[in-house]
Design a protein around this ligand. Structure first.
Ligand code: NAP
Length: 248
């Protein structure tokens, strides 16, 4: 059964990693996929071709999620190209890790802008469309770190915790119009983002996971599929943990 047949979806940051996994799973379920990237044009265009080959409409857009103007322009273009939007996945994110003692203001601001302000930018840009159609699903990619904190990631943890507060508030504001907003809190998912960590840290994460493995982008994408589809039609304002039991 295809769970997203003919739905139009926007995914931010899908040139690689979790976003790419979501784009692939969603296209396999019949969704038309508009997705963004920041600098990885080659991989984005390759993904665009791969998704189109599945028989859905797919288009890559270069758009900086941290920019309010670019988010507005992106939504305008997607509406012109796709004719509507049913689902928004705010996935784009970065890390700039350091102990608070050594963290510069620029690295704090950058992480908040790209991870958190981007969610405001995109949700604001899309809300009029979703309100008009009285239906929609928004999914925000938070993190286990936003729930429990992590030494060396004050900027990242603050951005991801902020996303959860934002998610719950949007769920309360837009629920009466049948617009659902949920967050996903992935644990340790093996992507380029986690490749930057040293082996000792990685082993520490793995040891702490009851299922004894890192997650895959597909693990997260399947949870996203559930939250984007009508299967989760009575679920809003929630944080779904996709972490192999890490937080249990
Ligand atoms: P990743 O492999 O580093 O990919 C990040 C994606 O975001 C790329 O497509 C990148 O585009 C895009 N991006 C970065 N800055 C952007 C910007 N300013 N505007 C638009 N797009 C931008 O990361 P990932 O591991 O897949 O993580 C995806 C999301 O899941 C992030 O929000 C992350 O915080 C969250 N998360 C990840 C993990 C994990 O263990 N991996 C755990 C919890 C939560 P370019 O390729 O063009 O740079």
């Amino acid at each position: 059964m295809k769970l997203l047949q003919d739905k139009n979806v926007i995914i931010t940051g899908a040139s690689r990693g979790i976003g790419k996994g979501i784009a692939q799973v969603f296209a396999q379920h019949g969704a038309n996929v508009a997705f963004t990237y920041s600098s990885s044009e080659g991989p984005a265009l390759t993904l665009e071709k791969e998704l189109s080959a599945l028989g859905v409409k797919a288009k890559a857009y270069k758009s900086n999620a941290a920019s309010f103007e670019e988010a507005e322009q992106l939504v305008k273009e997607v509406l012109e190209d796709f004719g509507g939007v049913d689902v928004l996945i705010n996935n784009a994110g970065i890390t700039k890790d350091n102990l608070l003692m050594r963290m510069g203001e620029e690295d704090f601001d950058k992480v908040i802008e790209i991870n958190l302000k981007s969610v405001f930018n995109m949700t604001k840009a899309i809300q009029r469309t979703l309100l008009k159609q009285r239906k929609g699903a928004i999914i925000n990619m938070s993190s286990v770190v936003g729930v429990k904190g992590n030494a060396g990631q004050t900027n990242y943890a603050a951005s991801k915790a902020g996303m959860i507060g934002f998610t719950k508030s949007v769920a309360l504001e837009l629920g009466s119009r049948n617009i659902r907003c949920n967050a996903i809190a992935p644990g340790f998912i093996e992507t380029e983002m986690t490749e930057k960590l040293d082996e000792k840290t990685v082993q520490g994460w793995r040891d702490a996971i009851p299922l004894k493995r890192g997650g895959t982008p597909t693990d997260v994408a399947n949870a996203c599929l559930f939250l984007a589809s009508d299967l989760s039609g009575y679920i809003t304002g929630q944080v779904l943990h996709v972490d192999g039991g890490m937080l249990t």
